[in-house]
Design a protein around this ligand. Structure first.
Ligand code: HEC
Ligand code: HEC
Ligand code: HEC
Ligand code: HEC
Ligand code: HEC
Length: 447
């Protein structure tokens, strides 16, 4: 590894020499000049500092070389979202390196502002078109790399409290353990805003939804104002772990909310960057299958995959509640939630018995064509008919039963998606997850 680095360094120097040579345009060679007289010997200067000393503090086999090797196993590195979302100024603050660094450096607020011309709210949490790209790499999280060439350059890009985009900035997460280093992760691993897309475009009022569970959220024939037309893809975006960990971001029906010890007493890195075991830990950022983070002097002693109290029972309890909530979310015997047994496309397939993916069981021949993932396309009528559908598809849709949603059902759907897509089945924050699901179940019973 070290040799590889030295080779890289040598190459870099060679390139510099070549570039320097390439800059002078050469004319024909002139005649040789006469030899000059010899100069007198000067005194020896003092030895200079070793040119690579600072470099070696990081560029050592057990330093960045090892971190870089582990990083190849991280989805930050091999995932494709940074390429797919490149150019999109709204998506890249969480998906691309330059955009992330831009929103951090410029402290871009997550507020929604009313555009007086359209009378719609606009989400201000965006980067600029000139910085909407870049794979997630070392400098995304260590943005000072190669500024002073000292180990201090490894400082994290941000540990500041995170103004949550899903609340339009009205709430802030500050997970202060270990110097606030969880906030780095949460800045990206937070849900995107759920907006009243069919109304003023502002963030949905979760407090209002929780306070009136029996009211209609969506009823096309009931004459109620529609904030949002449900569709197959009506969902809480994937990065829910940070919000669940912090004990925020759900539609909080009822009362009894509390956080587990992890929220204030641990950081994401404790479990996701623990001593490597198998293909997890360190700069793989993977927690799955690695219990080294649990078993440290400050925390547990011998937690493993068969520990009843700390693993098997809490995870089974949350899985049960996800199953029960999915069963309760139905209208006239038709399930509201979509099943997707394809374990490649559905990252959360193992978290419920019927393999829900968090999408809705609504007809959508474009985004969910029949046969995709061995999945029949949705059962409820799609309230938004697309011009790109064939006449046959429009006719099929028109014949399907219409969906209606109470506030209780909409809130429960949001909470189901939050807890399913948190992946951990309660390990991030057992108390909050359990109360959110229990209270959602109770609320769905209200109409
Ligand atoms: C704070 C730690 C740190 C220090 C100090 C440091 N580097 Fe680096 N360097 C890095 C990291 C991290 C990378 C990226 C490694 C990777 O992507 O695998 C890197 C990459 C490189 C690369 C490869 C660039 C490339 O695009 O592949 C070169 C060359 C390099 N450093 C030279 C140096 C030199 C010369 C010094 C000393 C003057 C130095 N570094 C000091 C952390 C450091
Ligand atoms: C710049 C934004 C950003 C930061 C900062 C960030 N992540 Fe991520 N993370 C992502 C994105 C985006 C993905 C998905 C990448 C893809 O699919 O291409 C991801 C994926 C992951 C995954 C894999 C999830 C899976 O589906 O298997 C884990 C685990 C993870 N991150 C943990 C962390 C931890 C822990 C931290 C803090 C040390 C962190 N992340 C910091 C954006 C970020
Ligand atoms: C507030 C941060 C944030 C924003 C904004 C955001 N995402 Fe994400 N997204 C994430 C995180 C974090 C993940 C990875 C979650 C995980 O695997 O746990 C993710 C995952 C994804 C995935 C799944 C990738 C996979 O590997 O399966 C897709 C696709 C995606 N995002 C698309 C988008 C698009 C399109 C937009 C813009 C319309 C967007 N995202 C905006 C944070 C964000
Ligand atoms: C998703 C964010 C993230 C990315 C990407 C990332 N790091 Fe780190 N890195 C961290 C965190 C967090 C720490 C722990 C620092 C702390 O707690 O103060 C860390 C620590 C380190 C350390 C100190 C020793 C150690 O391993 O804990 C080195 C060296 C390092 N990173 C190198 C790298 C290199 C090289 C890359 C790219 C191949 C990289 N990092 C990519 C977040 C990241
Ligand atoms: C107490 C330990 C612990 C802490 C702290 C923790 N996680 Fe996790 N995380 C887990 C476990 C366990 C899983 C599920 C692994 C499995 O499915 O076997 C997980 C799963 C995940 C996943 C899905 C991918 C994966 O590795 O399975 C993401 C993304 C994630 N966590 C992000 C975070 C973020 C961001 C934080 C901090 C806000 C955090 N986690 C804090 C233990 C933890």
């Amino acid at each position: 590894m070290k040799n590889l680095f030295l080779a890289k360094l040598a190459m870099l120097l060679m390139v510099m020499v070549l570039i320097a040579a390439g800059c002078t345009k050469e004319g024909p060679q002139g005649p040789a000049g006469t030899n000059g007289t010899n100069g007198t010997n000067g005194t020896n200067g003092t030895n200079g500092a070793d040119g690579t000393a600072g470099c070696i503090e990081c560029h050592s086999p057990d330093g960045i070389e090892l971190a870089a090797t582990q990083y190849e196993l991280s989805k930050h590195s091999w995932g494709e979202a940074a390429f797919e979302e490149a150019g999109n100024t709204g998506c890249t603050p969480c998906h691309a390196s330059e955009a992330f660094k831009y929103v951090v450096e410029n402290n871009v607020p997550s507020t929604f502002t009313l555009n007086p011309t359209t009378n719609k709210y606009v989400n201000g949490y965006t980067t600029v078109a000139t910085a909407a790209y870049g794979e997630i790499t070392c400098s995304t999280c260590h943005s000072a790399l190669h500024t002073t060439y000292t180990p201090g350059d490894l400082a994290l890009t941000t540990v500041a409290p995170v103004s949550m985009t899903m609340w339009g900035g009205a709430k802030t997460i500050d997970c202060a353990a270990d110097g606030g280093r969880s906030n780095l992760c949460i800045k990206c691993h937070q849900p995107r805003p759920f907006t009243a897309s069919a109304a003023d475009g502002n963030v949905l009022d979760y407090v209002g939804i929780a306070a009136a569970p029996g009211d209609w959220f969506y009823n096309p024939d009931g004459g109620t104002a529609t904030k949002l037309k449900p569709g197959y893809r009506t969902h809480t975006h994937y990065g829910t772990a940070g919000a669940v960990f912090a004990g925020m971001g759900g539609v909080e029906f009822g009362s009894g909310y509390a956080n587990s010890f992890h929220t204030s007493g641990s950081s994401c890195q404790d479990c996701h960057m623990a001593t490597v075991a198998g293909r997890a830990g360190g700069h793989t950022f993977v927690a799955k299958g690695n219990f080294n983070g649990c078993n440290t002097t400050d925390c547990h002693s011998d937690v493993n995959a068969s520990s009843e109290t700390f693993w098997v029972t809490p995870r089974a309890n949350i899985k049960d509640r996800l199953n029960s909530l999915a069963a309760a979310l139905q209208i006239g015997g038709i399930e509201i939630l979509n099943r997707n047994p394809d374990t490649e496309a559905n990252l959360w397939a193992a978290n419920t018995t019927n393999k829900y993916d968090g999408y809705l069981n609504i007809y959508d021949p474009i985004n969910n064509p029949e046969g995709l993932n061995n999945n029949p396309t949705g059962t409820f009528q799609n309230p938004t008919v697309s011009n790109s559908w064939t006449q046959e598809q429009k006719d099929i849709n028109a014949a399907l039963p219409k969906i209606t949603l109470t506030n209780a059902q909409m809130g429960a759907i949001i909470n189901f998606q939050m807890c399913l897509r948190d992946y951990s089945l309660g390990i991030h924050n057992y108390k909050y997850t359990k109360t959110l699901l229990d209270n959602s179940l109770a609320a769905v019973g209200t109409k």
